[in-house]
Design a protein around this ligand. Sequence first.
Ligand code: COA
Length: 257
Amino acid sequence: MNYENILVELENSIQVITINRPSKLNALNKATIEELSHVLVAADKEASVRAVIITGAGEKAFVAGADISEFSDFSVEEGKNLSKKGHDQLFSRIDQMKTPVIAAVNGFALGGGLELAMAAHVRIFSENARVGLPETSLGVIPGYGGTQRLAQIAGKGRAMQMVLSAEMIDAATALNYGITNKVVPLEELMEAAKKLAKKIIKNSPMAIAKAIQCINANYTSGVDGLAFEVNAFGDCFGTHDFKEGTSAFLEKRKADF
Ligand code: COA
């Protein structure tokens, strides 16, 4: 697939995906969602990609939301399909990836932009980040997982406040709410994201994939997270990574995963 709306680079096993529609503040149109889905599905199958960083082009926006111009005349059925397709094609897929995904939020992350960042496993914000779920101001609600993931990440009260008021919050408030793990100056954002990615990829990719699944299990209805953990923990013992990790410790050397 030829990518027209994203830039993709792979360096030292870390794939950086840059959403590249700066004139539209990187708003997620259908084509961009398809490209992101395509590149992420491929990355998750590719052993040479050990971590993914998603960011936005320019200094103003990560993603200013779903592209409003594409759905303003949609019917009820089309609205449902838009949301369902978004979940299936991109947002839930990111959440469930085996490869860890870091969102490096470099400015506005609104609506689908914040939902994209929240679908990632970890978030780092630049100081100029301004984020929110403004959909109620457009007569709609967040439809790419925002009502669920914001409550999971920041708590129900804060999610209620942000969604009902449609307000934007700054990076310091997002840090205080737990929406981001870290805030850094804009010029240090990619370095901070790469530093974290490098730390993550020193560890076993098998164990990372299982840890992501287990943490997510707690947020999956009908799944007993602790029982899921017991099984996943046991499964680790049958793997090469477990043998390598434990042997390396006992032999006082670095594990080679
Ligand atoms: N969908 C489609 N186009 C968008 C967009 C979106 N979500 N967000 C920004 N754009 C476009 C603007 O229409 C404008 O395009 P134009 O130059 O062709 O008119 C361009 O990006 C620049 O945006 P602009 O509004 O002029 O920048 P600003 O600095 O004045 O305001 C924002 C920045 C982020 C406050 C403002 O763009 C905004 O409110 N965007 C929509 C946010 C939103 O509601 N997102 C949720 C969607 S469900």
